[in-house]
Design a protein around this ligand. Structure first.
Ligand code: GDD
Ligand code: MN
Length: 409
């Protein structure tokens, strides 16, 4: 049943050419070459496009497609299911097509000459029509009914909904202690290297999630290996994330494709995201804003205290406050432009958050300055500089970091 591609269509879809198979099965769209870009505009006729990546899942795919179909039909959503098979030796694509023939809105892409879970998922999204894009494993380990929970959590303010094993109600059914440890270890490593990304969800390794089309259409996704969610969270403009519990089921048929090589791939992936130029650009801006705020803080202090002759504490307080306000405004409008706030309310909330965090450290700075001047008899300017270096610089670096931790950088 496997026939050779007639001619490659880079990034395109070729027709299924065997007329005998075509008569018995739904058409299989053959995909060649790298993925076309994800179209930013959805087809209003389809709300959800759920991609099912497969490799040697012929024993599982039929049951899964039937269950998914049943679950999603019950939600009253318009949807399509897209199986992306990497030309499996067990002909999963043919098994899927045989089932799809009886199920409306089910498509089968047979990717020729490519492999890899993450790129297969992106391939499915690139050929999808829905406003919301999603992924679920093809082996039945992700319970299909959870797809409906994810869908109901995808409201207009939410960009990503993740099925998580690590929220109440979630879990793993039969993992060995070793695999649990590996999974948790991988997560801890991710937290260390990419706290702003990995720390946003309880289950960053999840391969079961939904994402709004515009998030991935505007991002340059280039994942290696398995962890497509990490890529979406790191490179997409993801503002709000929701999670729903799920229990990772036992695999009934076939075997996991995870190997030692995937862990190395994961490490490479983390390092690549860490070094991503966009991220360092935001980091440079972040550091620059801190420096500017400290310079302005000092300039205001010198002007009020030295020139206007105001008292020490009041001058240091006003100077510190101007540095804080400048930090908030610049981070919001420049460092994290476009992704920092969804609404004016969001901005106000952040302003109050930074104000509380940095404001209390400003009080500490005033105390230190007074102690240095009144008890240790340092000169006011020296005391100001010491407090600025010790307290204000760290508070600007760490305080803002915490306040904006929901925003990647
Ligand atoms: N198209 C394609 N190409 N599909 C693939 C490939 C590939 O190269 N490799 C794996 N798949 C498909 C499998 O057929 C299956 O449907 C799904 O991707 C997951 O692969 P498994 O090998 O079963 O992975 P797992 O069960 O060990 O881990 C899964 O679940 C974890 C928990 O959510 C993955 O989804 C992990 O990413 C996830 O962390
Ligand atoms: Mn699996």
């Amino acid at each position: 049943m496997i026939d050779k591609p007639v001619e490659p269509h880079p990034g395109g879809v070729g027709p299924f050419r065997n007329p005998i198979e075509q008569a018995r099965e739904a058409p299989v769209e053959r995909v060649f070459g790298s993925n076309p870009p994800i179209d930013p505009t959805a087809d209003p006729a389809v709300h959800l496009s759920l991609v099912v990546p497969t490799f040697n899942e012929s024993a599982n795919i039929g049951q899964l497609l039937h269950s998914l179909h049943e679950v999603l039909t019950a939600t009253d959503t318009t949807f399509e299911l897209i199986v992306v098979d990497d030309d499996s030796p067990d002909q999963t694509w043919a098994a899927a097509a045989a089932v799809a023939a009886d199920l409306p809105n089910t498509r089968v892409l047979r990717r020729i000459g490519e492999s890899g879970l993450a790129t297969a998922v992106i391939c499915g999204w690139a050929h999808a029509r829905g406003t919301v894009l999603g992924v679920i494993d093809g082996d039945g380990q992700h319970p299909p009914e959870v797809a409906a929970d994810l869908l109901s959590a995808m409201d207009s303010l939410t960009d990503v909904v993740v099925a998580s094993r690590h929220v109440p109600g979630g879990g793993v059914s039969n993992w060995s202690t070793f695999r649990r440890l590996l999974s948790r270890g991988a997560q801890a490593l991710g937290l260390l290297l990419l706290p702003g990304t990995v720390g946003r969800v309880t289950d960053p390794m999840s391969g079961f999630f939904l994402v709004r089309r515009d998030v991935v259409a505007t991002a340059e996704l280039d994942p290696v290996g398995y962890k497509i969610l990490l890529e979406v969270l790191a490179r997409g403009e993801v503002r709000r994330v929701a999670e729903r519990p799920y229990v990772f089921l036992r695999r009934e048929e076939g075997e996991s494709k995870v190997s030692a090589g995937h862990y190395v791939g994961y490490l490479r992936h983390l390092m690549r995201l860490r070094l991503h130029p966009l991220r360092s650009k935001a980091l440079m801006r972040y550091l620059l804003v801190t420096v500017v705020a400290l310079v302005v803080d000092t300039a205001v202090f010198l002007w009020i205290f030295d020139r206007q002759g105001w008292n020490l504490t009041r001058s240091a307080a006003i100077a510190g406050e101007s540095g804080i306000l400048l930090t908030v405004v610049l981070h919001d409008l420049w460092t994290f432009a476009g992704r920092a706030a969804r609404s004016a309310l969001d901005r106000i909330r952040r302003l109050i958050g930074v104000q509380i965090a940095l404001g209390s450290l400003l009080v500490a700075r005033l105390l230190v300055i007074n102690v240095l001047v009144n008890w240790l008899h340092l000169r006011p300017l020296a005391a100001f500089c010491i407090a600025l270096a010790a307290i204000t610089s760290t508070s600007h670096l760490l305080g803002s970091r915490l306040t904006w931790r929901g925003v990647r950088h």
